[in-house]
Design a protein around this ligand. Structure first.
Ligand SMILES: CC(C)(COP(=O)(O)OP(=O)(O)OC[C@H]1O[C@@H](n2cnc3c(N)ncnc32)[C@H](O)[C@@H]1OP(=O)(O)O)[C@@H](O)C(=O)NCCC(=O)NCCS
Length: 174
């Protein structure tokens, strides 16, 4: 990671934040929304052609409740002393019905965000490790994530953990 110019090098790298990774519950709803809002704002700022403002909360209560209810999805959170430091939304993808595809069981990281003031302190890495553990417990063969091309920080973050590029989605405005 790039070291900010004003950094006191004696205090670098910043210490890992003291967090506990756990499953989210509806009691976390307001803090989850604040984290979703950080992620949505980043996407809107970088890709206004794809992401727009919308009315209502960043995620509706029923949407969050559905993610937490089933065995096929969950939200992992990083709890810190002053509240949630990050979240990861995990979904189990339906297996392909194409006979030519090697059978795989894929868990997809649908959203992953660390609170801005907690970044660079190993919170994201711990959430990823917990996501992999959740996937293994469900006998998944792979964990996958889609990252936007603009998001060089996230791409480096996933690469540092061991993720490698797979397909490349191309688009053309017509
Ligand atoms: C990307 C993100 C989740 C990383 O979380 P984090 O807690 O800051 O990352 P960590 O401290 O766990 O970093 C782990 C490793 O990832 C890499 N990394 C993390 N942030 C990085 C950055 N900004 N630039 C380059 N590499 C980075 C480093 O190799 C780091 O290891 P190091 O600490 O030994 O240098 C966080 O910056 C974030 O929430 N960004 C905004 C939302 C986002 O882009 N989400 C992903 C959408 S797909």
């Amino acid at each position: 990671m790039l070291i900010p110019a004003e950094t006191n090098l004696e205090a670098w790298p910043p210490a890992a934040l003291d967090i506990r990774i756990r499953l989210a519950s509806m009691r976390d709803y307001d803090e989850l929304c604040a984290l979703f809002d950080e992620l949505d704002s980043l996407h809107r700022a970088a890709r206004p052609d794809l992401f727009q403002e919308f009315d209502g909360p960043p995620r509706r209560r029923d949407q969050v409740a559905r993610l937490l209810a089933g065995r096929e999805s969950t939200i992992l959170v990083a709890g810190a002393a002053d509240g949630l430091a990050g979240l990861a939304v995990l979904l189990t993808r339906s297996p392909s019905d194409f006979a030519g595809a090697v059978p795989r069981h894929v868990v997809e990281i649908d959203n992953l965000v660390v609170r801005e003031d907690c970044r660079g302190r190993r919170v994201g890495r711990r959430l990823l490790a917990a996501a992999v553990e959740w996937a293994r417990q469900r006998r998944a063969t792979h964990v996958e994530v889609v990252a936007h091309d603009f998001n060089a920080d996230a791409l480096r973050f996933y690469a540092a953990f061991g993720f490698t590029p797979s397909t490349r989605r191309l688009m053309l405005a017509v």
